[in-house]
Design a protein around this ligand. Sequence first.
Ligand SMILES: [Zn+2]
Length: 124
Amino acid sequence: MGWFSERKERRNAHLVATLTEALGQALGRVFEAQSKQIEQSSHFLDQLQDLSARKAAQIMGSRGGRRTQARKRTENRQLREPACRLCRDPYDKHFTVEQYNAHLLHSQPEQLDPPTENGTEVAN
Ligand SMILES: [Zn+2]
């Protein structure tokens, strides 16, 4: 082996070592980045799963949890009886005739005493 080829060989060996080291570092970074990405995406998948579970519960509606059902009942009641003072507080004395009549319309009919019939009975 001549001086030139020996030198070339050494240079190549050095080059290979440098390249290997660089490659190793690069690969290490790639792996690091990938595992970070995997970590992030699995976290993202967890969130997605949580979201889809909640969405499914929403779509199931009445079959949802007790809290969902309670919320639905409240919403329905509020839709049927918007801001009825007497429903909110039966002992509230500050109501108008309109509010009282509106309350009679959506309250239980059995609870109402027909005044005219009673009056007729008393008169008889
Ligand atoms: Zn009412």
